[in-house]
Design a binder for this molecule. Structure first.
Ligand code: C2E
Ligand code: MG
Ligand code: MG
Ligand code: MG
Length: 291
């Protein structure tokens, strides 16, 4: 019976696997051409300070508009871009584009506090020997003050050579940029790296934020991570805040900033500019501060 089932499963899965492999190949080939064809764009999601209720920064998020495939989500191509190494030139484009955009917004900020631009770095980029030079060059070219650039790293970059990672992070810090840990709590969450590495910000992964209001375990984790971060003099940002209840919880427990659909989805640069110009903010902040 097992044999028979095995054969059936084989028949059932083979065409699907094939399709998947073909789809990967198709995306990989298209990915190779996407940069020269100008098919990439960046969307920007605001980061909002929970004390002032104001936008304090943006995360740059990659979007791929393919002529036939349509809008391809990063979930479908970032992994492939990493495997093939294409993430290196694509990541350099992201860095240059985001920094140029941040520099332009800085010029128009007219006395408002400068916004910080957060850019995601993949593990593959992190292991490029010329990463520090690339970032220094982009800052010089675009004229963006280093303090306005935040680099988001995931815990995976710490898994290989710890001594080398520490040295690289120190070199990045020496440029004057801000370093944050993205998706905190989902990867290799070692407390040793929080102690040894020059990190500024923890971004709590949205999988913990999702159920903070209903799941006591998630609530306990989030409250503890906020306390841990603050005791280590780190800022803490919650990802994936989708509703008022989550926001209230995070505000009550002293989280520094949030990012999420509740305030805004990632949007095209013109829309972000519009939001910033309107001075859009969390209406909660003033009443909380008055109370
Ligand atoms: P991430 O860096 O953790 O980015 C946050 C993701 O959560 C974004 O997905 C964002 O659209 C989504 N998000 C934000 N607020 C909410 C919310 O309230 N609810 C829900 N359900 N989702 C929310 P996106 O843009 O699809 O990007 C997915 C991932 O792809 C990113 O996760 C990041 O790991 C990667 N990625 C995106 N752009 C780049 C890039 O330029 N370079 C690299 N290396 N990776 C990138
Ligand atoms: Mg990120
Ligand atoms: Mg994240
Ligand atoms: Mg995440």
């Amino acid at each position: 019976a097992a044999k028979k089932m095995g054969r059936n499963m084989f028949q059932f899965y083979e065409p699907a696997m094939n399709e998947e492999a073909q789809e990967r190949l198709r995306i990989e080939n298209a990915l190779r051409k996407a940069l020269e064809r100008g098919e990439f764009a960046l969307h920007y999601q605001p980061q909002v300070d929970l004390e002032s209720g104001r936008i304090i920064g943006a995360e740059a998020l990659l979007r791929w508009q393919h002529p036939e495939l349509g809008l391809v989500s990063p979930a479908r191509f970032i992994g492939l871009a990493e495997e093939t190494g294409l993430i290196v030139p694509i990541g350099a484009w992201v860095l240059r584009t985001a920094c140029a955009q941040a520099r332009e917004w800085l010029e128009h900020s007219h006395g408002h506090a400068p916004m910080r631009m957060a850019v995601n770095l993949s593990a593959r980029q992190f292991s490029q020997p010329d990463l520090v030079q690339t970032i220094a060059a982009v800052l010089a070219e675009t004229g963006l003050p280093p303090a306005c650039l935040e680099l988001e790293l995931t815990e995976s970059v710490f898994m290989n050579d710890v001594a080398q990672a520490v040295s690289l992070l120190r070199q990045l810090k020496a440029l004057g940029v801000t370093l944050s840990i993205d998706d905190f709590g989902t990867g290799y969450s070692s407390l040793a790296y929080l102690r040894d590495f020059p990190i500024d910000v923890l971004k709590i992964d949205r999988s913990f934020v999702n159920d903070i209001v209903t799941d006591p375990d998630d609530a306990a984790i989030v409250v503890s991570v906020i306390a841990l971060a603050h005791n280590l003099k780190l800022r803490v940002v919650a990802e994936g805040v989708e509703n008022r209840e989550q926001l209230d919880f995070l505000q009550q427990h002293g989280c520094d900033a949030i990012q999420g659909y509740y305030f805004s989805r990632p949007v095209a640069p013109e829309q972000f500019e519009h939001m910033a110009r309107q001075g859009r903010h969390l209406d909660s902040a003033s009443s909380t501060m008055a109370a």
